[in-house]
Design a protein around this ligand. Structure first.
Ligand code: ZN
Length: 277
C-alpha cells in the first residue's frame, strides 16, 4: 500500500479492525496457514477469534508467533511505529517513538526491537548477486560496563539492491570468508578498496579494487555505494541513537540494511515488514 505520510496512515488504519484485516492479508497471502505446522485447512472459531488447525490441532490467532504476539499495545500504534521506523532515513530513537505514538519508553523500545526483528526476517531471505561492493568500518558501541568499545562492521552492498552488514571480530581471511559465504550467491563482480586482507575475494567473482591513497574512483571501480552507507550509518548512530550497546548493534545494522535495500522502492517497505512479521 502506498501511504505518503503518517497522517494518511493514521486515517487508513484508524481502528484495530482495519489493521487486523490488512495484517491478515499481508501475513497470509495464500490464505490462513497454521504457524505451527504449515497446514492450510484451518477452522475459524468466531467466539474466541482464533483458528484451529485440523492437522496438528493447535489453536492460533492472527498475531501468534509474530512480532505483535503478547503485546497489549493496540495495532494502530504498532502500524504507526512500523511506518516511522521505515520512513526515518537515519532511524528513530525509542524516545522519539514514545513521543510520536504516545506509549511508555519501555514499550517504544520493545516495539523498535520487534520491528527490527521483522526487518531482518525480510531482508535476509535472498543472498547477494550481481555487482557487489564490500568494505569495513569501525563503529562505536557501548559495552556492559558503561565504557565504549569499537566494533568492526563488514558491509556488502549490491550496486542497485540489497545491503548486508555483519560485525566481525578480526580481519582474518577465515572470518571474512564465513560472512561472504553466508551472503554471496552468484556474485559476478566485486569492488573493494586495496586492503590486503581482501585479495582472496577473486575466488568469489571478478575482483577489482581501488587504492584510496591514489584515487577514489576509476570508472566503474569505486566503493561509493558502501561509503554512502557508512556515512548514513554513522550519522544515524551519532545523531539519532547516541549510544548503541554492543549487544544490540547487529539488530540496528539489520534495520539500516533493510531501509537502504529499499532505497529505490520506499513505498513497499511497510508491506514488507508486515509480511515478515
Ligand atoms: Zn498445524
Amino acid at each position: 500500500m502506498n501511504i505518503k505520510s503518517l497522517a494518511d496512515l493514521r486515517k487508513e488504519f484508524s481502528t484495530d479492525f482495519k489493521c487486523r484485516t490488512y495484517l491478515k492479508k499481508m501475513r497470509w497471502v495464500n490464505g490462513v496457514t497454521c504457524p505451527h505446522c504449515g497446514n492450510q485447512p484451518v477452522l475459524y472459531m468466531k467466539n474466541v477469534k482464533r483458528w484451529l488447525c485440523s492437522e496438528c490441532k493447535a489453536q492460533f490467532s492472527l498475531t501468534s508467533q509474530t512480532i505483535f504476539h503478547g503485546s497489549k499495545t493496540p495495532l494502530p500504534k504498532w502500524f504507526e511505529a512500523i511506518w516511522l521506523v521505515c520512513h526515518s532515513p537515519k532511524g528513530i530513537s525509542a524516545m522519539q517513538l514514545k513521543r510520536e505514538i504516545g506509549v511508555t519508553y519501555k514499550c517504544a523500545w520493545r516495539i523498535g526491537k520487534q520491528v527490527r526483528k521483522a526487518m531482518r526476517n525480510n531482508n535476509f531471505d535472498d543472498k547477494l548477486c550481481g555487482i557487489v561492493e564490500v568494505d569495513e568500518t569501525e563503529v562505536k558501541s557501548s559495552g556492559g560496563g558503561g565504557g565504549s568499545t569499537k566494533s568492526i562492521v563488514f558491509g556488502m552492498v549490491e550496486r542497485d539492491g540489497f545491503l548486508r552488514m555483519s560485525i566481525i571480530q578480526n580481519f582474518k581471511t577465515m572470518t571474512i570468508e564465513r560472512v561472504i559465504s553466508q551472503n554471496f550467491n552468484n556474485v559476478k563482480h566485486i569492488y573493494s578498496d586495496g586492503g590486503h586482507w581482501l585479495r582472496f575475494l577473486k575466488k568469489y567473482g571478478k575482483h577489482d579494487y581501488i587504492k584510496h591513497y591514489q584515487q577514489y574512483c576509476d570508472g566503474k571501480i569505486h566503493t561509493n555505494t558502501i561509503e554512502s552507507v557508512w556515512s548514513l550509518l554513522k550519522r544515524g548512530i551519532v545523531g539519532v541513537f547516541h549510544h548503541i550497546s554492543t549487544k544490540y548493534l547487529q539488530s540496528y545494522l539489520d534495520e539500516f540494511s533493510f531501509r537502504f535495500s529499499f532505497r529505490k522502492d520506499k513505498s513497499s517497505m511497510f508491506d514488507a515488514v508486515l509480511s515478515s512479521c
